[in-house]
Design a protein around this ligand. Structure first.
Ligand code: G
Ligand code: G
Ligand code: MN
Length: 665
């Protein structure tokens, strides 16, 4: 939401400006002092601030310096009499104020300047997002301007291309990739092509647009997936093409601008079959299959045989996809019936994958590669499912990109909320805190599950901002409850290791808590087991720092990744959270119970508490109690709740508890 904050000690100026900017379509907040402005900013995100210079107590210059320090993204402007110009020059030169606006102002001009300020904010933001992407993504990325020149690159890209940052900077992509021409690059940057293939020093690379801003693009590079090595074909029929001839054939059709299909039929379970009927007979089967396919296509298309029991057929003059399906079905039915070989009955089956040119690839090699890739993906699928290349693969990729883009704006669009899932002490049946879980309702895509968006945010880097937002929200709630005089219980917040990676993470988090007057002990940080194990050495150092700073730590999703308990002794954690997958068969499976008992004993020896999550039945809870497990979380006790319901539950729980205790006396 485009929000602007106006700060002036003269109320009639505030009123006049507010009216003007409201009419121009902005959401306007007003403050009559620097102190009030800072209070407002702490709770309401704004993108632009206009402040008077001369104000009693804190003046406009001091205010903007503070805003710049705490909210570096906000674009600030000074509105004052010309007499103050000299005083604010330092602010302008230091990049702290974006513009000096003169009193009295011209309405139209002021509105234009405000629009400029919002544009400036957006440019800064998209630049910041690209920077974050470049820093945190493990994928090789290049930042290009609209001319296709490299502006920045990340380490992975430098390694992949074996060029240094200096060697890459300023170079146009066509200079780096010998076979790339300006027109193709331009089409790609304008989204007319879904991806780009180009070579450099005998190596082929594939490019995708990862982030598309007006003036800059982030491009992801990967090595072009190599074709499997060419094994000499055992099929010796002159009209069957080999791999090289097949690629040539596809290239010819592409050149003729035909619409055509490339279909792969791979014999399933060939090795098993060869074991049964003998390798010689199994290979002989190829000739039989090739023969049937050749008759089937009746010189209408072309047949090729590749290594790995794989046949590829090119169908020219494609009319429609349903029509293609009919043709494939007809062919497959000709050959996949039962065969009696050496007295053994076998049933042939094929994995079918296809691509349609020119949509699904730019060159013969690319199209064939896409078909083979799809065939690999479909090899575990059903025999009667014909899988097309781009339909499934690129749809996923596109969805990922769309969600990723929307995630970058989730915070400023105020689409995020948190819910609280209570944790219970099993012995006393008392609520001892809650886990904070993020919820995202995207205006574009509706409710998206964290199971979907968290992995995207981890991959593309937004998790750092999202995670910090959750921390801040949690601290705000704790502060609010403290102010309301409630008996506050600790909150557990999920953390990504990427957040840990930021050097100033601990200081920033401590500062955040201090501003709200909250002790770190009220926040437990949950970090997943698998993430810790990715780099045990360095992560355990970071955890120790956090621990020393006073945070309580938990290992999340325990039991899903690493099997050895030994490393537990090396981590400074207070709590183990057992993943719900470990307890699904708890009632009825004794070995699960024994395993859990061992984990709990070990944890208790190390003075760690054990929480089990995903507790859904009373039976599970009873067993956990017997095993001396400390805490439980799950649908049986409560699903995740919003603030109101969580506080109501806390109040009810403390009442029943008081009643139980008083009943005993
Ligand atoms: O809340 P459930 O609702 O569906 O969450 C699914 C997954 O998303 C869980 O593994 C949970 O740990 C994770 N998750 C939820 N909120 C956050 C968060 O704020 N930060 C991180 N890193 N993960 C979260
Ligand atoms: O991985 P993480 O532990 O942080 O995730 C908690 C996740 O588990 C959230 O998605 C939450 O909604 C979900 N969850 C919480 N309690 C239960 C439960 O009893 N059963 C199931 N199936 N999921 C649960
Ligand atoms: Mn968790």
């Amino acid at each position: 939401m485009d929000r602007i904050l106006l700060v002036d000690d003269e109320l009639y100026i505030l009123k006049a400006l507010e009216r003007l900017l409201r009419r121009a379509g902005f959401h306007v907040l007003t403050a009559d002092s620097a102190e009030q402005a800072l209070q407002l900013l702490a709770v309401t995100p704004c993108q632009v601030v206009i402040s008077d210079y001369r104000m009693p107590e804190t003046n406009g210059g001091e205010l903007l310096n503070k805003i710049h320090q705490h909210y570096p993204n906000i674009v600030c402007m000074i509105l004052s009499g010309y007499a103050d110009f000299n005083a604010v020059i330092a602010l302008l030169n230091g990049g702290i104020a974006f513009r000096f606006l003169q009193k009295p102002w011209d309405d139209a001009q002021l509105v234009t300047e405000v629009e400029n300020a919002f544009n400036k904010y957006r440019l800064n933001r998209s630049d910041q997002i690209r920077t974050q992407f470049l820093i945190s993504s493990p994928e090789p990325l290049l930042e290009l301007n609209t001319l296709g020149e490299v502006i920045r690159s990340n380490f992975a890209a430098q390694q992949l291309l074996q060029l240094s940052a200096v060697e890459l900077n300023g170079v146009q992509l066509t200079q780096l990739f010998s076979d790339l021409v300006n027109q193709t690059l331009d089409d790609f940057l304008k989204h007319k092509l879904p991806h780009l293939v180009a070579s450099r020093k005998t190596q082929e690379y594939e490019f995708f647009i990862q982030k598309d801003d007006v003036d800059f693009k982030l491009i992801r590079i990967q090595l072009f997936d190599e074709l499997p090595p060419l094994v000499s074909s055992t099929v010796n029929l002159p009209s069957v093409l080999n791999q090289t001839q097949l690629i040539q054939e596809i290239d010819n059709l592409l050149y003729a601008e035909d619409t055509f299909a490339v279909v792969s039929l791979q014999i399933r379970d060939f090795n098993l079959m060869a074991d049964i009927i003998g390798i010689h007979e199994a290979e002989g089967l190829f000739e039989h299959v090739a023969d049937s396919l050749l008759t089937g296509i009746e010189h209408y298309g072309k047949l090729a045989y590749l290594a790995n029991e794989q046949f590829v057929i090119v169908f020219p003059n494609l009319t429609s996809e349903p029509d293609l399906h009919e043709q494939i079905l007809r062919l497959v039915q000709r050959v996949d019936g039962r065969q009696l070989i050496k007295g053994k009955m076998i049933q042939l089956g094929f994995t079918v994958a296809y691509a349609i040119a020119p949509d699904d690839g730019l060159s013969g090699k690319a199209i064939l590669n896409n078909v083979l890739l799809t065939s690999r993906l479909n090899s575990k699928g059903r025999v009667d499912f014909f899988m097309r290349y781009s339909a499934s693969l690129t749809a996923n990729r596109k969805r990922h990109l769309q969600l990723s883009e929307a995630l970058y704006h989730a915070i400023e669009r105020e689409e995020l909320t948190v819910v609280f899932q209570p944790k219970w002490d099993i012995a006393t049946k008392q609520i001892i805190g809650a886990e904070v879980l993020m919820r995202w309702h995207s205006k574009e895509f509706g409710q998206i599950s964290p199971a979907v968006f968290i992995p995207i945010a981890e991959q593309d880097g937004q998790i750092i901002e999202l995670g910090n937002w959750v921390l801040k929200r949690s601290a705000q709630f704790l502060a609010l409850w403290q102010k309301q005089g409630l008996n506050i219980l600790p909150l557990a917040v999920n953390m990504s290791v990427l957040q840990l990676g930021k050097l100033d993470f601990i200081d920033e988090t401590l500062a955040l808590l201090k501003r709200q007057d909250i002790t770190p002990a009220l926040l437990q940080l949950e970090i997943t087991e698998s993430a810790i194990m990715d780099d045990l050495e360095s992560n355990s150092k970071k955890l120790t720092l956090l621990k020393n700073a006073g945070f309580s730590l938990a290992i999340d999703d325990f039991g899903t990744g690493y099997s050895s308990l030994a490393y537990l002794t090396r981590l400074p954690v207070d709590t183990l959270k057992i993943d719900r997958s470990l307890i699904t068969d708890l009632d009825g499976n004794l070995s699960t119970q024994t395993m859990l008992q061992n984990i709990i004993r070990m944890a208790h020896d190390l003075e760690q508490k054990v929480v089990v999550e995903g507790v859904e039945t009373a039976e599970q809870l009873a067993i956990l109690e017997k095993l001396a497990c400390d805490q439980a979380q799950g649908f049986l006790l409560s699903k995740p709740l919003d603030e109101v319901d969580y506080l109501a539950l806390l109040a009810a729980n403390s009442k029943t508890l008081t009643r139980e205790i008083t009943d005993e006396f």
